[in-house]
Design a protein around this ligand. Sequence first.
Ligand SMILES: [Zn+2]
Length: 72
Amino acid sequence: MKLVADCRRPSCHHNQRLDLEKVKAKLGPDAPAMADDLIPRMRCAKCGGKDVGLIYSPDPDKVSGMGRRVRG
Ligand SMILES: [Zn+2]
């Protein structure tokens, strides 16, 4: 799973890939890692704003036990 933090400040629009494993390590193994839990803790690394959105998407670079990647 790929997680991208996206600053919503129009003058910034910084976005940064987050490592879910590192996020979990930081919050603790039992911490929930859903967007609603993470967003209040997030802050834009560029402008320091707290209006940050999270985008979850499947990681195309990782294939886990599902066989080979199929394109098209
Ligand atoms: Zn920002």
